[in-house]
Design a protein around this ligand. Structure first.
Ligand SMILES: [Zn+2]
Length: 447
């Protein structure tokens, strides 16, 4: 049974003071945290001291929040190069090595995997950021959270586990189990929450249908999604909400930065930025200049509570749109409208039209039958980009390929080849779906 907030319901905050602060109060807080972090980092973090020195800047040159623009950007390649040159953990370590207690690494989707170390304090900070997300979804210690994944070196779901522990929520680990065992476990133990990627949540729903279990009548009332976009793609959200009879919430995060935003229960089309812990800049990817609120630009993050291995002016490559407007939840934190809109390196120019594969995928999702998958393939032929979509279409769905092609033409003004393939063509993932294959880089890929 899906429950939406009603008038008079008391909103739950993890930290009401910062979540409802005025912009002046937030900026003061950010300034205090930022200058403290910069001083400590400059003193004992080799990676950033070298970077700042090369850029000719020290914390003494930073006199207010706006001075952040005097600091150099950091890219993933900077961290990768540092770890290559200074094996194995690199030099982005502010504290003595013996203080680090957590090891994680990135998936390597966009390059060589990065190793990341945390201290007890920074690990607790990460859990607190995540706790903002769980609390904003209306989750309390009366809930029971099922974790349908293995605990590996990727951070994506560790944060949920740690936040759940921090908030005294009962958690059920099901690592190493089959999907069917997990379904029986969540029914028998009356789990009220489940966390995972949208891809795997759909896979569980499909598997439940196959064994005759109606998840919509289970106790699960919320899905906590991470790892890939889903809750803000209308067709995916509808499929998940219908199959599970539960609300879906999403939070974005990066190994390098932590969880920086979350969805509240009043607006499923935007994410609140945790501005008490992050400074967010939205920049023109080409010029590096600031983009005004409401404009699309690259998300650049500075985290304020992970001094031991910080990310300062970190260029995420994700494109977002920041808006400042009131929200029914009462939070004053600014919002990323539509969440992460795409990646700057995925943009294509197809016959003169600028296009993100995700925009095509969102349309395909509307026509995709439950349990079916698709793939978008980008090519470069004779110096120009082109796209092709392969969609699993059931034999009974006459002309579906043409219907999808017509819809894409009408909405994006682009003629794209749609190939119909049989159900089961694409590998089913328990983690992230691989829906975009970029063959443009094959000749020059250095990953
Ligand atoms: Zn809100």
């Amino acid at each position: 049974m899906i429950s939406y907030p009603k008038k008079g319901d008391k909103e739950m905050f993890y930290d009401a003071k910062t979540e409802t602060a005025s912009s002046e109060q937030l900026e003061n807080l950010q300034w205090q945290k930022m200058i403290g972090m910069l001083k400590k980092v400059y003193e004992s973090n080799l990676f950033y001291r070298r970077k700042f020195n090369e850029h000719g800047v020290t914390p003494d040159d930073i006199n207010d929040l706006g001075d952040i623009i005097k600091l150099p950007f950091t890219s993933k390649q900077d961290f990768q190069r540092d770890q290559d040159n200074n094996p194995v953990f690199g030099t982005n370590l502010t504290e003595a090595f013996e203080n680090y207690v957590q090891f994680h690494q990135t998936t390597g989707t966009t390059g060589k995997p990065l190793r990341w170390l945390d201290t007890k304090e920074s690990w607790a900070w990460r859990a607190r950021c995540q706790a903002h997300a769980l609390t904003a979804a209306g989750i309390t210690n009366k809930d029971i959270l099922l974790l349908p994944f293995n605990f590996g070196p990727y951070t994506a779901f560790w944060g949920i586990y740690e936040a759940a522990q921090h908030l005294d929520i009962l958690t059920i680990p099901t690592g190493g189990w089959t999907t069917e065992q997990r379904i029986h476990c969540l029914i028998e133990n009356k789990a009220t929450l489940i966390a995972g990627t949208p891809t795997y949540m759909l896979r569980i729903a499909e598997a439940a249908q196959e064994i005759g279990v109606d998840l919509a009548s289970s106790y699960v009332r919320a899905l906590i999604l991470a790892g890939e976009p889903g809750a803000m793609i209308p067709a995916v959200r509808e499929k998940l909400e219908k199959a599970w009879g539960a609300r879906v919430f999403e939070y974005p995060g990066l190994t390098e930065t932590g969880t920086y935003a979350f969805m509240c229960s009043h607006n499923n089309q935007a994410l609140h930025i945790i501005e008490s812990e992050f400074i967010v800049e939205i920049l023109d990817p080409q010029t590096g200049r600031g983009v005004p609120d409401g404009g699309v630009g690259e998300l650049v993050l500075t985290n304020l509570g992970r001094t031991c291995s910080p990310a300062i002016r970190y260029r995420t490559g994700d494109l977002v749109k920041r808006v400042r407007k009131s929200c029914g939840c009462g939070r004053t934190l600014s919002q990323l409208d539509g969440g992460v809109l795409g990646r700057k390196d995925e943009m294509l120019i197809v016959r003169g039209v600028n296009i993100f594969p995700r925009a095509v995928g969102n349309i395909v999702e509307e026509f995709l039958e439950f349990g079916n998958e698709y793939q978008i393939i980008a090519y470069r032929r004779d110096g120009t980009d082109d796209l092709e979509v392969q969609v699993e279409i059931n034999p009974s769905s006459d002309n579906m390929d043409q219907i999808i092609a017509a819809e894409i033409k009408s909405r994006l003004n682009l003629r794209i080849k749609i190939d119909s393939v049989p159900k089961g063509t694409f590998v089913r993932s328990h983690y992230k779906g691989k829906r975009f294959i970029d063959k443009r880089k094959q000749a020059c890929n250095t990953d």
